[in-house]
Ligand binder design. Structure first.
Ligand code: SF4
Ligand code: SF4
Length: 106
């Protein structure tokens, strides 16, 4: 049987970090990673990185612990959903704002 020639590629798309542009101020949930629960951080070995694999915007690094580029993160929550140890939680952006009156409106 004739060998297939894979020396050329047909069209494919590959997302790159920040391809969807900077997020600006519209994100409502922010991923927060707890290194005490993250497997590579706990064991100091380059393993898991499922958050890196699944992030659709490519903004999670494969560092120990993984770093999330919040300038481009869209707050979709996929990383938190896919993390097997629940090391990432989605936190309301308003809780990071200084000087915001958080009292409920009357
Ligand atoms: S998926 Fe969770 S445990 Fe795995 S590297 Fe990411 S944060 Fe750590
Ligand atoms: S919230 Fe979405 S865009 Fe942000 S790091 Fe997680 S998967 Fe990526």
């Amino acid at each position: 049987m004739k060998k297939r020639d894979y020396s050329h590629k047909i069209s494919f798309s590959e997302g790159g970090p920040g391809d969807a542009g900077k997020t600006g101020s519209w994100r409502i949930l922010r991923p927060v990673l707890d290194p005490n629960v993250c497997t590579p951080a706990k064991r100091n070995i380059p393993s898991c990185f499922i958050c890196w694999l699944y992030c659709p915007d490519g903004v999670v690094s494969r560092d120990i612990p993984p770093k999330i580029d919040l300038e481009y993160c869209k707050g979709c929550g996929i990383c938190a959903e896919e993390c097997p140890t629940k090391a990432i939680v989605m936190v309301d952006e308003s809780s990071f704002l200084e000087g915001v009156n958080k009292k409920p409106c009357k």
